[in-house]
Structure formats: C-alpha cells, structure tokens
Ligand binder design. Structure first.
Ligand SMILES: Nc1ncnc2c1ncn2[C@@H]1O[C@H](COP(=O)(O)OP(=O)(O)O)[C@@H](O)[C@H]1O
Ligand SMILES: [Mg+2]
Length: 251
C-alpha cells in the first residue's frame, strides 16, 4: 500500500512537457485498467475460461505489463532530463530487499536455467536511498544477469559487504562480456550492445540509465567490470545511514 502511495506521488511531481512523456502519461491509466480486466478474466472471476483462452489472456497480460514498464521508463527518463526526478532518501534494509527480489525472480531465473545465489555479511547496516526506487535498480541488475547469459547454466552471485561508510552490493554473472567499444556507453539512454540485442531482442536500454540517476541521487556510485573468465560484475555502493543516539538517520 505504502508503495502505491509513494509511486503515485512521484507521478504528480514535475512538469512533463515533451511529447513522448505526454503520450506516455496518457497511456499509463488505460493500460493499468486493461491489465486489471485481463487479470480478472484470466482468473475466471467473471466466468469459466478454457485452457486455450487462459493461455491467450496470459500472453495479452504479459504484453500489457511490458507496455506499462515501457511507459514507466519513458516517464522516468523525462523526469531525469527535466531535473524533477525525485529521490526520497530514507534508511533502507537492503538485505531484506535483495532477499525479497531474489525470491521473486527465482522462478524466472529457473525457467531460464539460471540460479541466483545471495551471500551477505552479517549486520549490514541500513543504507540511505529511496526504498521504492532501489528495488528497480536491483531488479534491473538481476534481470540483465538472467537475460545476458551465454552459457547453458547462468549463475548470478549477489553479495553485500560493508566498506567503511558504504555498503557495497555486487551482482556477478557469467555470460556476455562488455566490449571495449561499449564500455563507455552502457549507462547511456537507450544504449544496448550488439551482443545484448542478438541474445535478447526485448529491452529498451533505459534500465542502467535510470539506475545511475537513482544511485547517484542517493549519494552512491554504480559501475561494472568484466569478469576474468566471462560475464560481468556490477557494483553499487550506497552510503550507510548515520548512527547517532541509538537511531539511524539519512539527513
Ligand atoms: N549483466 C550484463 N551482461 C552483459 N551486458 C550487460 C549486462 N547488463 C547490462 N548489459 C549491457 O548494458 C546494456 C544496457 O542495460 P539496460 O539499461 O538494463 O538495458 P536493457 O536491459 O533494456 O538491455 C544492455 O543492453 C547490455 O548491452
Ligand atoms: Mg535492463
């Protein structure tokens, strides 16, 4: 519930003036309504559906959800560009968020012959970031790791460590490496490497661009390195919340 309220408050922020964001804004509500109706139909809440109908409704629902995601990304990009992308910093239990996301993504990972392994040091302190938007960053890292694997089995290793006044999140996967030519571009808007497009046709190239705005807006850093063998490791460093008088603060 909290998440919905917060997300709708983001929407009210800022003056969206470019044509893409106006269209995206106009599409968001009709798509959300369509998604609800498709869910109701697929669940058989207004009459029995046969397996074929259920399959088609499921496919339609997936398409609508992809469109909603695209619309959300367009709106966020225009907010970043119009400098009204708001990060609401608060203390966040990043361990809990990663566990939750890893659990949610494990089914998709398994369907793609991939495995998510999460290792965390004990007593990771709360970090300062936006509790809703940080999920987006982690979800994008994990979904990229699942999408851009080349081997039969994908291994995604997520680790959390404390480093002085920061918490370092690493997300390492086997799979495609990022060529010298692409290295300076992958955080750019709409950029997708040729290898990425060949392996996985769906994608917008907006995930890392938005992630960088979220992490830098939280006072952190995001970067990557190619692994020694194959694949890539992404690093996200976030400031630890200040601990004083028995409580953690972010401001
Ligand atoms: N784990 C990864 N392995 C290899 N390349 C990656 C990985 N994550 C991101 N990339 C590269 O960075 C690009 C941008 O990522 P992103 O912004 O999330 O866009 P998308 O997921 O839509 O392709 C990808 O298209 C790909 O070229
Ligand atoms: Mg992505």
């Amino acid at each position: 519930m909290k998440k919905d309220n917060k997300e709708s408050s983001y929407e009210a922020i800022g003056v969206l003036s470019d044509p893409i964001s106006i269209v995206a804004h106009q599409m968001k509500n009709p798509l959300a309504i369509l998604k609800n109706y498709l869910e109701i139909l697929r669940e058989g809440r207004v009459g029995e559906v046969n397996p074929k109908q259920k399959e088609y409704l499921g496919d339609s629902l997936e398409t609508v959800m992809k469109m909603l995601e695209l619309v959300r990304e367009f709106l966020e990009v225009s907010k970043i560009e119009e400098k009204c992308f708001k990060i609401e910093k608060e203390q966040v239990d990043i361990t809990h968020i990663i566990k939750d996301i890893a659990k949610n993504y494990s089914i998709w990972a398994r369907a793609n012959n991939s495995k998510i392994i999460f290792r965390s040091n004990k007593n990771i302190p709360p970090v300062c970031t936006d509790s809703v938007r940080i999920r987006q960053v982690i979800e994008n890292l994990i979904s990229n790791a699942i999408k851009y694997k080349t081997k039969k089995t994908g291994i995604i290793e997520i680790k959390l460590e404390r480093k002085n006044n920061s918490v370092l999140l690493t997300c390492k996967n086997n799979g495609v490496s990022i060529s010298d030519n692409d290295q300076s571009k992958i955080f750019s808007k709409f950029y997708r490497s040729e290898d990425a497009v060949r392996i996985q046709s769906s994608g917008t190239g907006l995930g890392l661009y938005i992630s960088r705005a979220i992490i830098e807006g939280s006072g952190g850093k995001i970067w990557f390195e190619n692994n020694e063998g194959d694949g890539v490791t992404f690093f996200v460093s976030l400031p630890v919340a200040v601990h004083s008088l028995g409580i953690y603060r972010c401001n």
